[in-house]
Ligand binder design. Sequence first.
Ligand SMILES: [Fe+2]
Ligand SMILES: [Fe+2]
Length: 358
Amino acid sequence: MSGPDANRISRDSWLQDVFPEWGTWLNEEIAQHEVAPGTFAMWWLGTTGLWIKSEGGASFAVDFWAGRGRSTKQDPPFEETKDFQMTRMTGGRAFPWNLRAYPMVIDPFAVGKINDIDALFATHIHDDHICPYVAAAVLQNTDAPFVGPKLCVEKWVGWGVPRERCVEMSPGDTYKIKDTTIYAVESFDRTALITEPPSGDLRNQMPVDMDERAVNFVIQTPAGTIYDSGDSHYSNYYYKHGKDYDIDVALVSYGINPPGNMDKVPASDCLRIGENLGTKVLIPFHHDTWTNQLPDDHELAMLWEFNREHLPFSLFLWKTGARYEWPTDKDRMWYRYPQGRPFDYFTNEPNVPFKAFL
Ligand SMILES: [Fe+2]
Ligand SMILES: [Fe+2]
């Protein structure tokens, strides 16, 4: 028999054949892209995952996550989830419906084989930002350091990453890769503040130290500067960060929130963050991730359009797996997946009965 044999196909072979959905396409695209002088390139790996390449050869990933959310309608026992941050925040007993909404666009286990990586960064401790699968791939296939706030380092070490491969960063710290400097600055992720550790009752307790569990990054390349706000919410302190750094491209965790809940940044606050930072371009991210937080990004476009005279920045709305190149894409608004340029159609005579078919 030629072709698929339905007697031999198994669930495991299906998983092997079909996942990750994009195979190594994006790994190859990142590896093959040559950064032109005066530019930087970044790819959206999904959620707040970014791969960034500078003109001086820096190549690194931030919040590279390859996991998933819910996979069954059955709620886990409440005893196991009572300290989950959303459960703590809402006082609800049912586990939220976080189904992963986008395909896996990159293969973490091709890192070190197809992709050289200078460092793996994490902004904070949440499971959709720091990932044991990616940690395993980077640990096993590369010599790259693991860089993030103290509790991220504790997670990596707990997963078996040697402590000497980890670098702790808190606001005020800098990390240099070739021509690129990464500054850690304050995070404003209030959800991170009610996340384990510690477990147990938080009521009437002093909150934990944000700097140990979450940071934002200012990523300065010779061509331009990126502001990565991780999962931060709105804060007036963005204004200060905008005073301290000359920001070209700012990324904000956009999404909708069910009533009685506040986790992602709504469209109006996305624009406020861009305005406070004084960024030249605002790009939302994380809105692709969860079915229960998935917005229509035309909402952000309409609100930006409405306030355009007062908002001196461009808005770029992309799709998972997209590449953004600064400053080449500065005035673009809507990303569209490439259609296969350069087209090589009509290299051969089309194989159709008559030209009338064309
Ligand atoms: Fe997140
Ligand atoms: Fe988070």
